[in-house]
Design a protein. Structure first.
Length: 114
């Protein structure tokens, strides 16, 4: 599975961005998809994930601000980010899990700064 991420950029605190991740094939059989992020000097952390059944999971720091969604017909997963904070600044990576294998997209930079 090849994943193509898009939608990063520079935004002011309190602003919004929408990340999108497009898969090269049907995601119908993919167990979970989501987003990790990695800030400079920090470990990569799971931000949000969504299963094939639509169950979502978020890291505490983004709950209520980020929403992950999945469109099986378009083979995409999206991350709507609102009320962005400087600490959300990171490279965001989409991933897909099929069986025990993780597939990764290229990172997309999100910078929250005034």
């Amino acid at each position: 599975v090849q994943l193509q991420a898009s939608g990063g950029g520079l935004v002011q605190p309190g602003g919004s961005l929408r990340l999108s991740c497009a898969a090269s094939e049907s995601i119908f059989s993919i167990v979970a998809m989501g987003w990790y992020r990695q800030a400079p000097g920090k470990q990569r952390e799971l931000v949000a994930a969504i299963t094939s059944g639509g169950t979502t999971n978020y890291v505490d720091s983004v709950k209520g601000r980020f929403t992950i969604s999945r469109d099986n017909a378009k083979n995409t997963v999206a991350l709507q980010m609102s009320s962005l904070k400087p600490e959300d600044t990171a490279v965001y990576y989409c991933y897909a899990q099929r069986n025990a294998v993780l597939y990764w997209g290229q990172g997309t930079q999100v910078t929250v700064s005034s």
